[in-house]
Ligand binder design. Structure first.
Ligand code: BGC
Length: 341
């Protein structure tokens, strides 16, 4: 179902597409930014809880700077120095995070109108035409993002792109989850599992040093479910630099697999994260400061967590990290899903 979602300052009319399944679950996606606006999940008393942070209309998404529900590209996360080389050429990007590039660099994918190519009650396919030189990246590419709401209560996000020239690609979704409800306060008591034996160490600017550090015996160990807040204030380098959790975990296994989970005892809602990508940024909303959101909500620090599937940050500068080069005519195809129970 399509409904109006307001008009941007450029005069573009945005829409909201609502998808529903037989179990009463509902999600909403906008063609502005291909953002995931709502995820309504029945709690243990069968009341619907909206478990993602967001805004009421397109104006909120236009002025917001926190990437609520955002589709992020061309390269999610950071590129050191805002520059990289490909095929003997040097490319220069916007430096929007210290001297580095974060989430594509200022001309964000989540601030553009995407074209809806297909939509029904269970899926919506959006397309963004990104020309050669877009955000400073080489290679023309049409990016397709398809959101599907399955009967297994799964929000499945499928990314598909075939660049016309060589480029680099690393697309993710930046939804902020709070399984007690988007306006319920901190997530410090919610429990998280991350199926990763290691994480990528990063410097004070969150750029990986290249070292892969075992989580064993550190506050980064989420292999057994634990409360987000249990060790978040530890005097541990990563947590000090990130002002909480804001790191890339080296996910165990390969292929589409279960990589993480989150649980709220308050609502009984559990979310399981599946992806075919090698890494995931687990970010605990450390930089949310007084953000006005949906239905008058007033979001604060650590009131949500992001599970951003990805190639490792700064992979373009690290031989030992997989990705993110995609050659002309090659298929970039990945799926990440969030399953609720
Ligand atoms: C980054 C954080 C950043 C956030 C923006 C995350 O992906 O790792 O450092 O502050 O996005 O909301």
């Amino acid at each position: 179902m399509r409904s109006d979602f307001g008009t941007t300052s450029r005069g573009e009319k945005a829409s909201l597409y609502t998808l529903k399944n037989q179990n009463g679950m509902e999600i909403a996606v906008s063609d502005y930014g291909a953002v995931l606006v709502k995820v309504l999940v029945p709690d243990r008393d069968d009341n619907l809880q909206d478990v993602v942070l967001g805004y009421d209309d397109v104006k909120g998404y236009e002025s917001g700077t926190l990437y609520f529900g955002a589709t992020v590209g061309r390269i999610a996360n950071r590129i050191k120095g805002g520059t990289f080389e490909l095929g003997g050429q040097t490319y220069t990007l916007t430096q929007n995070d210290n001297k580095n590039t974060l989430h594509g660099g200022t001309d964000y994918y989540d601030k553009r109108m995407w074209k809806v190519e297909e939509a029904d009650d269970s899926h919506v396919m959006l397309m963004l035409h990104s020309p050669d030189g877009d955000q400073g990246f080489p290679g023309t590419v049409d990016i397709h993002v398809t959101y599907t709401l399955t009967e297994e209560n799964e929000v499945k996000i499928h990314y598909h792109a075939v660049p016309e020239e060589d480029t680099i690609l690393n697309l993710t979704n930046h939804s902020y989850f709070n399984l007690s409800g988007h306006a319920s306060g901190t997530i410090l008591n919610q429990e998280v599992t991350i199926l990763a034996d290691a994480y990528t160490r990063a410097d004070a600017e969150s750029i990986p040093t290249g070292e892969i550090v075992p989580v064993e015996g550190t506050p980064m160990d989420f292999r057994n479910r634990k409360a987000v807040g249990l060790e978040i204030e530890s005097d541990y380098e990563a947590l000090v630099y990130g002002q909480g959790y804001d790191h890339n975990w080296v996910l165990n296994g390969s292929g589409n697999r279960l990589v993480a989970a989150m649980y709220s005892d308050e609502t009984g809602i559990e979310m399981k994260v599946y992806t075919d990508l090698p890494g995931m940024q687990f970010y605990t909303g450390n930089f949310i400061v007084q953000e006005k959101g949906k239905d008058g909500a007033d979001y604060q620090k650590r009131q949500a967590a992001c599970f951003e599937s990805q190639y490792f940050p700064d992979a373009v500068h690290k031989e030992q990290f997989e990705g993110p080069v995609v050659r002309a005519g090659e298929v970039y195809d990945t799926v990440t899903s969030y399953r609720f129970g």
